[in-house]
Write a new protein. Sequence first.
Length: 94
Amino acid sequence: MVKLVAGEYKLHKKVYSFEEQGTKLYAIIPASIGRTEIGSIEIKNILNRKAFNYPKPEPLIKYFIEISTQPNDIVMDFFLGSGTTAAVAHKMNI
């Protein structure tokens, strides 16, 4: 959250009551596909070394593509860090 304080914008973290009580947020993405260590293992299996920090696993990118596209949509990856999005789109024939 950003607040205007003494003429300057300051970044503030909003603390909700459920956080104070130690309640964990519900995750909508299963841990079986949403953990970056899975992506690290995938990259290590391909390159035999750690090449990227926090690569996204292919099942996670596939999940995002499946829920956000329709047939004949174009998938663009403007960052192309480890190439996961391009690899998944290619495997999905997109």
